[in-house]
Design a protein around this ligand. Structure first.
Ligand SMILES: *Cc1c(COP(=O)(O)O)cnc(C)c1O
Length: 328
């Protein structure tokens, strides 16, 4: 049996990742959501990736990638470009293993995230106003200094690491019929889709992106990688381009995902407020996008039981508490 395979990436890689990262990423709870279950008339569960060290699922992929490096590669160190959560996870892993990490960030990354990365001991390079420019810088450093580039999403080990979320969900609740997954570069969705389509081929896989700057949607529509302008959003982890040399996530999202829907910044803000008020969960904008879709009328057609990813909680308390509707 060959199963689903993209280039050198197959389901077995997700199984291997689960073993590799066991001591670093925790098996997060699949928390029943009373408010969303009531609203949708079916059981809704939230996959609590906010409970990872570093506050997002990105630790899974970063850990699986960095643990795959040999002694010599580790001795030279790693470099990446990231809108925040990936950079933080790479920095965290580098600190744990005692290796060098250089993180290239755009000028629009929130200060809280920059500080968190610096506190983890990584070297920070702030360069350019969008991810493409920051990525170019990271590749320059990769070549000049012999570091290993850790892609935020288009990497076999990174995708396999994120895919462990799909394994955990279907192991805990094999009855799940619909998965709601945030899509930016598509590493999270590709990994989950690889696992979920293998274990349960007819599962519904629904992606969620922001209204503006939704690169994966634009690329799938165009049938090829197209440049998409990065437009700032309350979900700062979501907008960002897909590079022309994409190897895995574009074909995987195109082939394995049923559809990718969009939510507005207003809907995401409402979802952040909803999560805090009714579920007592702190979510950053990107982390709340799946709940935003579940609060939209389109969710009434989703087949239950449903699982939605709460992908991260890296939002400044002041920003969260200033949201409309939190205090009546
Ligand atoms: C990175 C990230 C995403 C999107 O993941 P991709 O693999 O880039 O699609 C969603 N939510 C949060 C909180 C993230 O940090």
């Amino acid at each position: 049996m060959t199963g689903i395979r993209y280039d050198d990436l197959a389901f077995q890689d997700v199984r291997d990742a689960a073993v590799n990262i066991r001591d670093i990423a925790c098996v997060t709870p699949l928390k029943p959501s009373f408010s969303l279950s009531k609203r949708l008339g079916t059981n809704v569960y939230l996959k609590m990736e906010t409970m990872q060290d570093t506050g997002s699922f990105k630790i899974r992929g970063a850990a699986n990638k960095i643990l795959s490096l040999n002694e010599e590669e580790r001795a030279r160190g790693v470099v990446t470009a990231s809108s925040g959560n990936h950079g933080k996870s790479v920095a965290y892993m580098a600190k744990r293993l005692g290796i060098r990490a250089v993180i290239c960030l755009t000028e629009i990354v929130p200060e809280g995230k920059v500080n968190a990365i610096r506190d983890l001991g990584a070297e920070i390079v702030i360069h350019g106003s969008d991810q493409d420019i920051a990525s170019e810088k990271a590749h320059e450093i990769e070549k000049a200094e012999g570091l290993t580039f850790v892609s935020p999403f288009d990497d076999r080990h990174v995708i396999a690491g994120q895919g462990t979320i799909g394994l955990e969900i279907l192991e805990a609740r094999p009855e799940i019929e619909t998965l709601i997954v945030q899509v930016s570069g598509g590493g999270l969705m590709s990994g989950i889709a690889l696992a979920a389509r293998t274990l349960k081929p007819d599962i519904n896989l629904i992606g969620v992106s922001t209204l503006k700057g939704a690169a994966m949607i634009e690329c799938i529509r165009a049938g090829r990688i197209v440049p998409v302008e990065e437009i700032p959003s309350i979900a700062d982890a979501l907008p960002g381009p897909i590079q022309a040399d994409n190897r895995y996530t574009f074909p995987m999202c195109r082939d394995l995902v049923d559809k990718i829907l969009q939510v507005s910044d207003e809907q995401i803000e409402e979802a952040m407020v909803h999560a805090l008020k009714y579920e007592k969960i702190v979510l950053e904008g990107g982390g709340a996008a799946a709940i935003a879709l579940l609060l939209d009328d389109r969710a009434k057609n989703f087949k239950g039981p449903i699982a939605a990813i709460c992908s991260g909680d890296n939002v400044a308390a002041e920003k969260l508490l200033a949201l409309k509707g939190l205090i009546e």
